[in-house]
Design a protein around this ligand. Structure first.
Ligand SMILES: Nc1ncnc2c1ncn2[C@@H]1O[C@H](COP(=O)(O)OP(=O)(O)OP(=O)(O)O)[C@@H](O)[C@H]1O
Ligand SMILES: [Mg+2]
Length: 392
């Protein structure tokens, strides 16, 4: 798979940009702050409809502009797909595929698959569990775009359930202070006495979507485990072995298997157990939104223990494992390496370069040409003062 053409309107620092891309390696080289990452971020956005740098869309729209448009012509074997995304902060985004509007932007997911490596990946190892949950869920969506719907459904139900729990906590008088507006809405629609029966209804929705997400994450982690261990051993052969474990607050019995039905039952039972504490605290205390992907190096957790270099290697290994999985599903994803080589020592630089070189398309950003390893010689754009010019 590859991107043949990228076209931007009011995306980040670019009023407009038209960039023709070829298969193989392309490097974007230029001074700090001149717009290299902005370009590859746009390509990542087409694949995931989110940025690897910011949690909201607003910073993606050029300062002073109302909306941004990103267009990518994607080639997969002989097929071509033109994906167009209109980013409207504060309002619904819109998408078109092959010039036809789609009902929801997420219907345009899956047409482009990328694996993006960036300095921000260090947060996968050092950051909060939410970073690792996002890694897993993004990968689920990349492998099967329908998970974007599962995730959205789960988040929606969770939000509603939390609102209801907050209302219940407030009516019990355990929470002081003014109620929030959405609490009021839930409160009046439910009525104080009905809170518990309404909660049961939300529980069943939460259980259904939650178990689906949980089942998928458990399978995914099992698939990632050996691939991550192998990638880590390649990048850091002298270090202790890397391992992954999905840790959930849902009580899973070890001998009953992990089918959807069993996970639904387990989640239902864990919610029932947590019910009293949830009513007191006004928040949902068990479910995939509280889980974590535990990363270990030998006996020790990576978070809080791994060195800077080890953490980097672990983050790279996770991305490489994701790349392996996506490749095994069929179709080489586009590899994006944003400023990663400058962060690596010579040995890891060479190893990473050798691994990624055979990919159908590799896009690299670097501040100086020397940061692009010799193994990855290819096309080059100079990016200066917000414009990208093909020089090789
Ligand atoms: N929404 C926006 N509107 C206008 N300019 C923006 C917007 N978002 C970012 N910029 C500008 O884009 C520039 C950053 O671009 P980018 O992150 O692509 O740089 P870079 O070339 O990757 O630099 P580095 O080598 O430091 O990583 C900054 O100067 C920033 O002010
Ligand atoms: Mg950059």
């Amino acid at each position: 798979m590859r991107v043949c053409h990228l076209s931007l309107t009011d995306f980040r620092s670019y009023p407009s940009a038209e960039i023709a891309l070829e298969p193989g390696v392309t490097a974007f080289v230029g001074p700090n702050g001149h717009g290299k990452t902005n370009l590859v971020e746009a390509i990542g956005y087409v694949a995931t409809q989110s940025s690897h740098r910011v949690a909201t869309d607003a910073p993606l729209v050029r300062h002073g502009a109302e909306r941004a448009i990103v267009r990518a012509l994607v080639a997969r074997d002989e097929r071509r797909a033109l994906v167009e995304l209109e980013i409207n902060p504060g309002r619904a985004n819109r998408a078109r595929v092959n010039r036809s509007p789609v009902a929801r932007p997420r219907e345009a997911l899956g047409l482009l698959r990328t694996v993006l490596f960036a300095p921000e990946d260090l947060a996968l190892v050092k950051g909060d569990p939410s970073e690792r949950r996002r890694f897993l869920d993004d990968l689920l969506v990349a492998r099967a775009p329908r998970f974007a719907g599962v995730r959205a459904d789960y988040d929606r139900v969770l939000k509603q359930r939390n609102t209801l729990l907050r209302t219940a906590a407030a009516t019990k008088g355990r929470r002081r202070g003014p109620r929030r507006q959405d609490d009021e809405a839930a409160f009046s629609s439910a009525g104080a006495g009905d809170v518990l029966s309404t909660l049961d209804v939300w529980d069943s929705h939460l259980v259904r979507h939650g178990a689906e997400l949980l089942a998928a994450r458990l399978d995914l982690v099992e698939a990632l485990r050996p691939l991550t261990a192998k990638a880590y051993a390649t990048l850091a052969p002298a270090s202790a072995a890397a391992d992954l474990e999905y840790r959930t607050g849902v009580k899973l019995s070890t001998d009953c298997g992990r089918s959807r039905d069993i996970l639904e039952e387990a989640l239902r039972a864990s919610l029932a157990e947590a019910r009293q504490a949830e009513l007191e605290r006004g928040v949902t205390l068990v479910g995939p939104h509280r889980d974590d992907l535990h990363l270990a190096l030998g006996e020790l957790p990576a978070r809080g223990y791994a060195s800077h270099g080890e953490s980097w290697s672990f983050a790279l290994a996770l991305r490489l494992a994701a790349y392996d999985l996506l490749r095994a599903d069929g179709g080489d994803p586009v590899l994006i390496l944003d400023d990663v080589f400058a962060e690596l020592d010579g040995q890891r630089r060479t190893r990473l370069a050798e691994i990624v070189a055979p990919a159908e398309q590799v896009l690299i950003t670097a501040a100086v040409p020397d940061d692009v390893p010799a193994e990855l010689a290819g096309a080059r754009f100079d990016v200066t003062e917000g414009s990208a010019t093909r020089v090789r």
